[in-house]
Structures are given as structure tokens and as C-alpha cells.
Design a protein around this ligand. Structure first.
Ligand code: G3I
Length: 352
């Protein structure tokens, strides 16, 4: 990190000194799959045990919200890198790498972007955003989610893309443009298209994998710089993983020289048994099935969970349990104790 940035972060974050944790990890063996977690900026500052857990278990971090438009772009002319810089400082100080999430998504958009109209204006706004944000972290963020959740919820025929600001103004070419702009800003970075609901058994999951393959194939045919597909991996615990479907999807990507990684793994457990031991076993089983199915075709370049502790998870925002029990979607429980899910991930990452 450059001195100027370091000083900026030090001044901006009162709690800077405590962000640096005692060296907790040995050098990562080169053949290991790096494990990481999404991080909440407020908890990073407020919760010592959270920082300790991240430093102990992770080789990678990604901001859960800190690099989304609504945080980075409070207004058209203003960029705010406070959250991104804070997490990158923590990563640097603890020997981790940081991923970028996310450049183009329908969610978390600030209100002012609704006044963007027309192809020209949309392309200009997209280019400015991607060049500035990726450029800000050039050489320091090795992997970016360029496009997030482009596939329609229930893709059919030619209606396979989700309507969003960019699609409505620029047509389907918005995806290619975004990848090209990101590559211009940092030619060394791994550029990822990130998607959810592509892991389980069922017609919709299959259709979503096929729609995504179609997008990736089109990008490759056009020579666009796309390097990997991100399996978000917000697994619904009640559904089986489609092991064959996932393996053949990954194999088709590999044949196009496109890697995969797991970007947002957690297991949504609102419909799983109440008994915690039993629930934790089902969760670890789903995680193992997904990682195995991917690896059978091509091992993931990274495995990240969407949070590390059940204390901080998005899952109860949408999937609270009817019995009033708390969700347990992540590798550590609320007291930072490792659950079978963490063992499953670690076993898997180590044997790669
Ligand atoms: O910042 C306020 C906080 O001050 C307040 O106390 C709290 C009260 O509810 O709200 C806080 O903001 C919320 C934030 O999550 C907390 O982390 C936002 O309202 C809420 O919109 C935000 O939701 C995030 C969501 O994306 C939208 O950006 C989730 O945390 C985050 O986990 C979720 O992440 C998405 C990925 O980006 C894409 N894939 C799906 C995944 C899960 O939905």
C-alpha cells in the first residue's frame, strides 16, 4: 500500500491501530485453494473477535457492501473509497488479498442513477465508474465481480437477461462493455461474472446455468476479457446440489478456458431441522457436495463465504425461521466456534 493511502486510512479510521491483528497465519501453501469471507465495515471496526476470526481463518476478504455503488457513489461526481480502503488496509496488514464486489449490479444503486437515460449516457456513466473504481485499486485487487446477477430469475428463450438500468439503456451489449472497461482499467485482474441459483437440482437452476453458459460463450466468441464464473453459492439447505449438472457446467466453462470460484457461500437454513447438530450436518453436506461437484471438473480458484460468523449474516433479512430459532448459515457460530461447515471448507481447500 502506498504511504499516502496508508496515512489516509490511519486518519480516517480512529480504530486503525486495532485493525492490525497479531500475525495469525503461516504462508499459504501454493497448492491450497484460498479461503475467504465477506466483511462488514462496521463490525470490522467494532468487534475485536470478528477481526481475530478473519485473521485466523482467511486468506481473502471481500467487502459485503463497501464497494457497491450506493456506498462508493453518493453522488454523480463523488467517489467515496473509505470502506474499500479500510478493508484493504486490514487485508494488507494481515497478509490477505481482497476481492472487489461489485461493479455492475441492479441492487444497491443510489437514487441519482435513475436519471441516467439513453445508451450514450449509460455507457458514459458505466465507463467512468469502472475506470475510476478499478483504477483506484489497480494492482491491489486481483479479482473483481464485474457483472453480478445478470441472468433473469426464470430465464426463458431470448428473455434470459434480467432487466436493469444498463440492459434497458444499452441492450445486452452492456455486459461486454463492462468487461472491456474493467480490463482497460487493470489488465492483470481476474474478471468475473457472478451468479446465484445455479447450484441445485431443478428446472429453474438448470435453465439458469444454461442461460449463463450462453452469455459466457457469447463473450468468449466476441473476444471479451472474461476469466471466471462466480458461483455465489447461497444454497437453499432443503435442496440437493445438482452434482452432475454443476460438474458438466464447470467442464463446459473449462473447455472455454473460463475458471470458476465460489464467491458468496452460505446455507439458507430456514427450512432445515430445528436441532442444531442435525442442521449443521446437513449444511456441511451441501457445502461438500458443491465443492466436490465443482472440483470434479475444475477446482475453484477461491472459496469465499458470505460472512464468517452467524453473528453477521444477511440470511435473516429474508429467511427467518418460523420456530424463532436463529439462522446458522456460516462456518462459525455466533461465539466464533467452528462448525462442521468450516471443517468441510478447510478439508477441501487443503486437499486441492
Ligand atoms: O447500514 C445500515 C445500518 O446502519 C443499519 O443499522 C441496518 C439496519 O437494518 O441497515 C444497514 O444497512 C443494510 C446492510 O445490508 C447491512 O449490512 C442495508 O439496509 C441492506 O440493504 C444491506 O443489504 C445487503 C444487500 O446485499 C444489499 O446491498 C446485504 O448486507 C448483503 O449481504 C447483500 O449481499 C448480496 C450480494 O451483494 C449479491 N448476492 C446476494 C447477496 C445477499 O443478498
Amino acid at each position: 500500500m502506498r504511504r499516502r493511502d496508508f496515512v489516509q486510512v490511519s486518519l480516517a479510521v480512529a480504530a486503525h491501530a486495532v485493525l492490525q491483528m497479531p500475525a495469525a497465519q503461516a504462508a499459504v501453501p501454493s497448492r491450497r485453494i484460498p479461503y475467504g469471507s465477506a466483511v462488514r465495515g462496521d463490525a470490522l471496526v467494532d468487534d475485536y473477535d470478528y477481526r481475530t476470526a478473519l485473521a485466523e481463518h482467511c486468506q481473502l476478504v471481500v467487502p459485503e457492501g463497501g464497494l457497491k455503488w450506493e456506498v462508493v457513489r453518493p453522488s454523480e461526481d463523488r467517489f467515496d473509497f473509505y470502506e474499500g480502503d479500510k478493508l484493504l488496509a486490514f487485508a494488507d496488514q494481515n497478509g490477505m488479498k481482497m476481492r472487489g464486489h461489485t461493479l455492475i449490479w441492479h441492487g444497491a444503486m443510489p437514487g441519482w442513477t435513475s436519471s441516467i437515460h439513453g445508451a450514450k449516457a449509460a455507457e458514459k456513466a458505466m465507463s467512468k465508474h469502472i475506470h475510476t473504481v478499478v483504477g483506484q485499486y489497480k494492482g491491489r485487487i486481483p479479482s473483481w465481480d464485474v457483472i453480478n446477477e445478470a441472468i433473469a430469475d426464470d430465464p426463458r428463450g431470448s428473455d434470459h437477461l434480467r432487466p436493469n438500468l444498463w440492459f434497458e439503456n444499452m441492450g445486452k451489449g452492456y455486459i461486454e462493455t463492462a468487461f472491456r472497461r474493467a480490463s482497460e482499467a487493470d489488465p492483470q485482474v481476474q474478471l468475473v461474472i457472478n451468479e446465484y441459483d445455479i447450484e441445485c437440482v431443478g428446472e429453474t437452476y438448470k435453465n439458469r446455468r444454461n442461460a449463463l453458459l450462453r452469455v459466457v460463450r457469447d463473450l468468449r466468441d466476441r473476444g471479451a476479457p472474461i476469466h471466471a464464473v462466480g458461483f455465489q453459492g447461497h444454497l437453499k439447505g432443503q435442496y440437493e446440489i445438482d452434482k452432475e449438472g454443476v460438474s458438466s457446467f464447470v467442464a463446459e466453462l473449462k473447455a472455454m478456458d473460463v475458471d470458476v470460484l465460489v464467491t458468496e457461500l452460505d446455507v439458507i437454513d430456514n427450512l432445515l431441522p430445528a436441532d442444531e447438530k442435525e442442521r449443521d450436518q446437513v449444511i456441511a453436506g451441501r457445502v461438500t457436495d458443491l465443492l466436490q461437484a465443482i472440483s470434479d471438473a475444475n477446482p475453484p480458484t477461491a472459496i469465499l463465504t458470505w460472512g464468517i460468523t452467524d453473528r453477521y449474516t444477511w440470511v435473516p433479512m429474508w429467511f427467518t425461521r418460523d420456530d424463532g430459532r436463529l439462522n446458522r448459515p456460516l462456518p462459525l457460530d455466533r461465539d466464533y466456534k467452528a462448525k462442521p461447515m468450516m471443517d468441510a471448507i478447510k478439508r477441501f481447500a487443503a486437499r486441492a
